[in-house]
Ligand binder design. Sequence first.
Ligand SMILES: Cc1ncc(COP(=O)(O)O)c(C=O)c1O
Length: 423
Amino acid sequence: MSSKALPTSLLADTAVVGDHDVTIGGVSLSELAATYGTPLFVYDEQTLRSRCGEAANIFDDGVAFASKSFLCGAMAKLASEEGLCIDVSTGGELDIVLRAGIVPSRIILHGNNKSVDELKRAIEVGVHRIVVDNFSEIERISSLTSSSSDVHCLIRVTPGVEAHTHDFIKTGNEDTKFGFSITSGDARKAIDAVAALPGVTLHGVHAHIGSQIFETAGFDETMQILATFTKDDDFDELCIGGGIGVAYVEGESAPSITQWGSAIREAAKRIGLSPKIRILAEPGRAIVAQAGLTLYRVGAVKPVVQRTYMAVDGGMSDNPRPVLYGSGYEAFDVSNPKAQRTQSVRLVGKHCESGDILIDEAWLPATTGVESLIATPVTGAYSYSMASNYNRVPRPAVVFVKDGKAREVLRRETFEDLARLEV
Ligand SMILES: Cc1ncc(COP(=O)(O)O)c(C=O)c1O
């Protein structure tokens, strides 16, 4: 029988593990569940601010928070207060960020299929950068601009570095829907086309080589390729994208944002990149993942021949990552956080889908059962932002905790919210 203690290194920076409760930001998780109900997303503001601060310190001004990882007005404001621009990749993300009061000159627009309306709004409000992805988009930008425009762009390129967790391989063919291939010559053609647009300034190139990358070697390689590719251009920016990984389960470890940025800066120095070129990035996961956890209430425990199923009051609608990517998580019992976790269960949700699995093999104390409050750490990234209403399950509330206080930043959806779209 396996027996494992809770890996506390996965918890947010301010976590304090007591005998019968865990506090984050000085707030009891049991009390949060009692006040706001479950499932509930809990984010530690101090962890969020500290990760944003790391990114703002190690990269140049213009470094952004990739809002696709977790977006609400409060998060956009927090990242902005800590000195980051906000990267959005759709009109919806742009709208939320503008409603939050973020000045357009701190917003970067991404997207591999930006509509005319999305580009029009971005140009009208005056976003900081548009990261151009394809030739149709260049035509659209051309139709929306003139010599009196003041539009600023980067070109997204595919450097031929395909990064994988713990590994990276160089690919001859860049088989991706994103960006312009350097090797095919498209990236150069795109640079020439955008540079020729009246009222449009091209600042440099951008590459994003993947996500949940544990090693900095792939970024080093990308810096080398981008620097070589643009050595004769008079650019002033180079963006390395996001992608640095985080530890989700016991035994994993990832570089900090500072270590990642330092490796990129060292690569730039070694390559001899002009000091006038601002080195930028747009981390998402590394900023929000560890700051967040999800609280669930156990509703059913069902032993079958092969294993025990433990069902909670959420599931694939609040965290689709295990279903989409087979991602692993840990779980702990909030009232019994120091106990050895000797009970192996398959932690599942409440959805009408056999694949609705949150943790294939979760370890919990032997006493955990129906009505127990359990938490899954490191769910701050791509959980709420990818959440759905499958089975018409309302999305959970989100609270930020800090200095002993909780504030609800997104309320729980109601059945009225779900019915609102009916015509
Ligand atoms: C263009 C771009 N930038 C940044 C990110 C953020 O990546 P991560 O959350 O892995 O840091 C993504 C994620 O898909 C992306 O596509």
